[in-house]
Structure formats: structure tokens, C-alpha cells
Write a protein that binds this ligand. Structure first.
Ligand code: ZN
Length: 301
């Protein structure tokens, strides 16, 4: 996903000026997909509505600090993830994988939890979200390098390589299982991984930035940043095109993979929201969010 777009910036400026209609439109635009996302992780519908409300409060009360280094949807998803993690922590509940969960773990010969080795979500996004100037340049350079790699794959319609990279870096799935999922041999997976890492490192080095960490840390760092920036997630309009089957065939297959094999939770929330266009159902939630957030908006001068 891209940095904030010009129409989004316009929207944001209006909200920053305290425009209530713009804020209401903003809530209306995003609440459905956020609620879908929350409901997938919080079975009690009241809990899901609570975290959506909290995410909007978090958004409006931190408007000054938002630097526009990702698009608004991605930023909202990062806020709601944090709220969901908090609510799990409050309940001291089992750990939960927020990246994706449609991936079938039963094919694994170890047959244990597919995400046993994956670090807990409490740790994920910690690095990227850390407000530390020392890391700002590294984050920016690394994000650009990954963005270049992903865009290159998309432009060349090299979706197989993109899928391999997503499974490895976005989902942290081991080589062997990536090979099984993609029905290819492990050597190919290793090669695509090697080339991808090399390209990312070279791009970073060209900027004369040192990343420092060991290669294992480096891969965790890629996942952190990937979750935050969602480099490979199709746009909502592309997911709409997928639903209507109007995409070109390679894109149609790729979006299908991203939604149903990789099972990206963010994109599935969008898909479900688009499928159900929930205007009536969420009207009440809308009113509730407006009531609890409007006080945060600046009064126009
Ligand atoms: Zn996605």
C-alpha cells in the first residue's frame, strides 16, 4: 500500500480543521471494514464494536502525530490491531495471530499450531511503531526497498515470486511449507528468498544506511514493517474488482491467493464489508462513534 494519497490528505486536512461532516464521512467510510476485522478476532459483537470505537477515538486524538507514512486505512488497521491486542491482554487470553488465519495448518507434518514459531502479536509492530528518531531513516529506507521489490513483481506480473515472498516475510512461514503451499520445490523457494533479500539489502546499501541486525533479526524486521505498511495488499477497489470478476486473469488469481490461501485478515475484512455493504447495521455504531469522538475535533477558527 502507498503513502497517503492526495484525496486522503484533503480529507485529513478537513478533519484537522474540525469539519464534522468530513469526520462523519470518514467514520462511515471505514467503520464497516474495521468492524469486520474486529469481529473475526473478538467473537462478542459488543467487544468488536468497543474496539472499533476506541480505534476511532485513538485516530482523532492522535491526529497531530500522524505523519502520513501509510494510507489511512492501513493506519486505522494498525490502531485497531493494537486495541484488539490490548483487549486480549486484559483478558489474559490465548495468543492470537492477527496477520492471517485462513492458512490450513493441518497440512503441516508437525501438525502443531501453524504459528507456534511466530512471535506473539504483542511483539509485532513494536519495532516499526516505535517512535524513535534513530530508527526513522532505517525504517523509511527499508520500507522503500521492500516497496520497490513488491512493485517490481506486480509490474512484471511475477505473482508466483510475490506469493513466495509474502508467505515468507509477511506470514513468516518456513521454506518447506511455502514449497508445499505453492506446489514447488524448496530450492526454488530458497532462491526466490535469497534474491529478494539481496535486492532489499542492495537498495538499502545504495542509500548508505546501515541496518545492523543479524539476518534473523532482519527477517523479523521485514515482517514488522510489512504488517505495518501492507506492501502487497490489494487496494479496496481491486478487491471490489475481484468480487465482480473484472480483474485481468493474473490479478484475479493473485487476489484470490491473497484472500483465501494467505488469508490476509485486513483484506478479508474489506472483502466481507464489500460483500455485505452494511449501511443499516452499523448506523447505531456510527452514531456512537460520532458522539465519542466529535469533542476531539478542533473547533474551526
Ligand atoms: Zn492484505
Amino acid at each position: 500500500m502507498d503513502k497517503i494519497s492526495r484525496p486522503e490528505q484533503y480529507f485529513l486536512d478537513k478533519i484537522r480543521q474540525g469539519d464534522q461532516q468530513a469526520w462523519s464521512d470518514f467514520v462511515g467510510r471505514y467503520r464497516g471494514r474495521l468492524l469486520r476485522f474486529a469481529r473475526a478476532k473478538l467473537p462478542q459483537s459488543a467487544d468488536a464494536e468497543d474496539v472499533v470505537q476506541e480505534a476511532f477515538i485513538g485516530f482523532v486524538s492522535s491526529l497531530e502525530r500522524f505523519r502520513g507514512d501509510c494510507d489511512l486505512e492501513t493506519y486505522l488497521f494498525s490502531l485497531i490491531r493494537r486495541k484488539i491486542i490490548d483487549s486480549y491482554r486484559r483478558k489474559e487470553s490465548r495468543r492470537v495471530c492477527l496477520i492471517q488465519d485462513a492458512y490450513d495448518s493441518s497440512v503441516d507434518d508437525r501438525s502443531s499450531d501453524a504459528f507456534e514459531q511466530v512471535k506473539s502479536p504483542a511483539q509485532t509492530a513494536s519495532w516499526y511503531a516505535r517512535a524513535d528518531e534513530q530508527y526513522d531513516l532505517q525504517k523509511t529506507v527499508l520500507a522503500d526497498a521492500i516497496g520497490d521489490l513488491v512493485d517490481g513483481f506486480k509490474r512484471a506480473l511475477r505473482f508466483r515470486d510475490l506469493q513466495i515472498i509474502e508467505l515468507l516475510f509477511y506470514c513468516q512461514i518456513p521454506n518447506k511449507r511455502v514449497a508445499q503451499t505453492m506446489s514447488i520445490d524448496e530450492k526454488t523457494v530458497a532462491l526466490v528468498k535469497h534474491r529478494g533479500l539481496k535486492q532489499i539489502r542492495q537498495t538499502v546499501e545504495r542509500q548508505k544506511v546501515s541496518l545492523g541486525p543479524s539476518s534473523e533479526d532482519f527477517e523479523h524486521l521485514l515482517t514488522d514493517i510489512w504488517e505495518y505498511r501492507r506492501f502487497s495488499c490489494p487496494k479496496r477497489s481491486t478487491i471490489g474488482g475481484y468480487l465482480l470478476k473484472t480483474l485481468e486473469e493474473p490479478w484475479q488469481r493473485y487476489v484470490d491467493f491473497h484472500l483465501n490461501v494467505l488469508g490476509c485478515r485486513f483484506c478479508r475484512a474489506n472483502l466481507e464489508d464489500l460483500e455485505h455493504e452494511t449501511t443499516d447495521q452499523t448506523q447505531q455504531l456510527h452514531a456512537r462513534i460520532m458522539e465519542s469522538t466529535v469533542g476531539f475535533l478542533h473547533r474551526p477558527l
